[in-house]
Design a binder for this molecule. Structure first.
Ligand code: NDP
Length: 484
């Protein structure tokens, strides 16, 4: 099998196998073909990975930031050199079109390694004068062993978004990819070792949720960073709380995108396409509740349908293809189930709405109009190519409806009224907001959610605070006064 890795896990600088672990079949979503067979981590493998990360941590943290940063930046260069091969692997792991994976996966991972590699040397504490010559200084310290747990939609990116800031701060990591997409994180681990990362600094073990759970509850672990759904986030957060561990939670969403009647319709349609159909709709920050002001609703829907007709659906390895399959049969059935609910609850099907008759797990890009706030498709995260278009009349009304959700990951507004745009964004209950654009996530900017969508932020300098802690040191230059 062309994509079969040398072994299932990567621990202490090398590939490791334990065939006693439950079988994991890796399936190419475009054909349903098995492209690799792996094994879930046994307790012995979990033990080995945690020991390796624990043993490597002190020496890694003792390197200078410049030295750690150099290794991360070298890894970034290697990832860029191998972008095409890594993208082919990512396309087979996830089903995403090669047109996307060559620009949004290994390249995004490389950006994170480069950015946090660049920051590593500048991570310092501060000096705080107290008067009379006394002072405090702070030392920014690594947390220790960090666990990363990933979802299946952006496996390379998630492995790097968690690994790069963790390693820059002097932590070591055990990363568990989703068992649906286990292949690319192994490549990230290989590349880090090739770039000079000492053994044990970045380990990858495979497994189902139980493996993630055993990592989270282990006392050697200081921090857990999860990308996943809200129900999993709740479980992981609770397990981490028991050991008072640090957490970052990047969870799901049901984000609003508001289009006012003064917006540039072409840009708004582009934003809605990017925010609903890129990666076949399997993006956490998608703006799946598209509120369109009544006066332009039909014009918006007409233009959207015309543009969707140009989506090239097919073999994701074909460079012209812009819309691929969903990641798995299971995820496809979830999306199809929501489409049926949309029809049954009375939403108007404007585009798509069916499985595509070919091998693999293809669902048509689907648009429902006349969706109301209480319909299931407007309330629950679908994580598939299903857009809900809702009408609105006034700014006040749409603001309240946009925020009427337990989620708070992202939100966007399209308007040419400058003051209204900023007023709307100020009112959004969401961590990541967009004005006249949608779904950007460059490494320089903080990314993450409010409310049930998460805790903490990834990317940007803020991520450093989530992977390090401050030690405060009081220094007296004077005699110590005591009452007796
Ligand atoms: P899941 O929540 O099902 O799984 C996420 C990861 O957690 C998987 O690796 C999973 O393993 C693991 N896991 C499951 N149960 C436990 C547990 N009890 N303890 C520890 N780990 C566990 O999410 P999906 O993989 O289905 O991904 C889709 C979700 O991810 C969507 O809700 C989406 O919105 C969200 N997401 C959020 C992003 C963000 O940045 N905010 C970005 C991308 C996705 P296994 O798969 O083996 O069960």
């Amino acid at each position: 099998m062309k994509f079969q890795p040398r072994a299932s896990h990567f621990i202490d600088g090398e590939y490791v196998e334990d065939t006693n672990g439950a079988a994991i079949e890796v399936i190419y979503p475009a054909t349903g073909e098995v492209i690799a067979r792996l094994h879930s981590a046994t307790p012995a493998i979990v033990e080995q990975a945690l020991n390796s990360a624990k043993n490597a941590q002190a020496a890694w943290a003792a390197l200078s930031g410049t030295e750690r940063g150099r290794i991360l930046r070298r890894a970034s260069d290697i990832m860029r050199e191998r972008n095409y091969d890594l993208s082919v692997l990512e396309t087979h792991d996830t089903g995403k079109p090669i047109q996307e994976t060559t620009v949004a996966d290994a390249t995004s991972g490389a950006d994170a390694l480069e950015y946090f590699g660049g920051l590593a040397a500048s991570l310092t504490g501060e000096h705080i004068p107290l008067g009379g010559g006394d002072f405090v200084y702070t030392i920014r310290e690594a947390l220790g062993v960090c666990v990363g747990i990933g979802a299946w939609n952006y496996p390379t990116q998630i492995a790097c978004w968690k690994g790069a800031p963790a390693l820059a701060c002097g932590n070591t990591m055990v990363f568990k990819p989703s068992e649906t997409t286990p292949l690319s994180a192994l490549k990230v681990a290989e590349i880090l070792v090739e770039a000079g990362a000492p053994k044990g600094v970045y380990n990858v073990i495979q497994g189902y949720g139980d493996v993630g759970a055993s990592l989270v509850s282990d006392p050697r672990v200081a921090k857990v960073s999860l990308t996943g759904s809200v129900p999993t986030g709740r479980k992981v957060y609770a397990a981490a709380a028991d050991g008072m561990k640090h957490v970052t939670m990047e969870l799901g969403g049901k984000s609003p995108m508001i289009v006012f009647d003064d917006a540039d319709i072409e840009n708004a349609v582009s934003g809605a396409i990017l925010g609903n159909f890129y990666s076949s709709g399997q993006v956490c920050s998608n703006g799946t509740r598209v509120f369109v002001q009544k006066g332009i609703k039909e014009a918006f829907l007409k233009r959207l349908s015309e543009r969707l007709a140009h989506a090239k659906i097919g073999d994701p390895m074909d460079e012209d293809v812009s819309f691929g399959p969903m990641v798995s049969e299971n995820q496809m059935n979830i999306a199809l189930g929501y489409i049926e609910k949309g029809k049954a609850e009375g939403a108007r099907l404007v585009y798509g709405g069916e499985r595509i008759e070919r091998d693999g797990y293809f669902v048509q890009p689907t648009v429902f109009a006349d969706v109301t706030d209480n319909m299931t498709i407007a309330r629950e995260e679908i994580f598939g190519p299903v857009m809900s278009v809702l009408d609105f009349e006034t700014e006040e009304e749409v603001m309240a409806r946009a925020n009427d959700t337990e989620f708070g990951l992202a939100a966007g507004v399209f308007t040419n009224d400058l003051t209204r745009a900023h007023r709307i964004v100020a009112g959004f209950e969401a961590g990541t907001c967009y004005i006249n654009t949608y779904n950007l996530a460059p490494v320089e900017a903080p990314f993450g959610g409010s409310k049930m969508s998460g805790v903490g932020r990834e990317n940007s300098k803020l991520a450093i605070n989530h992977f390090s802690e401050m030690k405060t040191v009081f220094v007296s230059m004077n005699d110590v006064e005591a009452p007796y």
